[in-house]
Design a protein. Sequence first.
Length: 352
Amino acid sequence: METNGLASLLVTDLLNIRYLTGFTGSNAALLVSAQDSPVNEDHTVVCTDGRYVTQVAEQVPDLRAVIDRGSAAYLLRSDAAPRAERVGFESHVVTVDQHLSWTRIDDSLNLVRSPGLVEELRMVKDEHEIALLREACRAADAAFAQLIERGSIRAGRTELAVARELEAAMIEHGADGISFETIVATGSNSAVPHHRPTAAVLAHGDFVKFDFGALVGGYHSDMTRTVVIGAASDWQKDLYELVLRSQTAGREALAPGVETASVDAAARSVITAAGFGEFFLHGLGHGVGLEIHEAPGIAKSSTGTLQCGAAVTVEPGVYFSGRGGVRIEDTLIVRDNGPELLTMTSKELTFV
């Protein structure tokens, strides 16, 4: 805030409010004052509505709380927002209509676009956050292992049936919920990067791609595994080995201070050198945390460098439309002495 010359910052993204304060209600705004210090937080105020009087007192006991349905507008109307001083707002999440309504509150309000300030902090996880991510990954690993042990991934079952069983198993193993709708894609559907499960039937000799994650304490895990039911053909083995080498190169490139685009290049170059670069259709990875996709992005067009403590995915893929595809994905923590792997499920091609 000081770097951007802000007297205060109006935070309206609910995940950013949760990150900064611990409040998990569905309506809130937070006005953070640059005048505050670790021993004096009287100027910073959180606002929510009457449904959350008890919750805000329990979750945010260290901040002044006010109750008003209008939340953001109320804070801007009150004396909490200093007039004639720069008040930042999250322009990347605020609608045009919201901004127009705020500008009508008081002509002396100096609202300044300030996107991504909290997200920049969220990129680096503390050990408490990493523990939650580790537990989310553990729940996903355990759920997938359970399906293997039960013989649930077999010819004759539908994508939908397997996906729903996997989702239930993640909750059974301690997840609060799922990170996103589980992807189970068999045969030619595996060539669709974000295929949604259907009544398509798993068959012997087909690729089956699983992309899934568990939610624990608000934090998301993300993992992709591709298997073949029964015996894999030569082209499947070759393609899988190529993607695995690419994924290994991407994981090994993760280090503090490394440019995110160069991590993508390390993995992408393996696939490009094999002549299949045009079939790698997306970026290499992304940050994970309170959102399933958050900063930093890892792609050809990405900017910036990795920081120690960042939680990221590495997920190269090659997709042959109408035939099949492979993606392999792990969630990892960037560390000074090499990345910490959180997703432990085997990356063998045929183990079902």
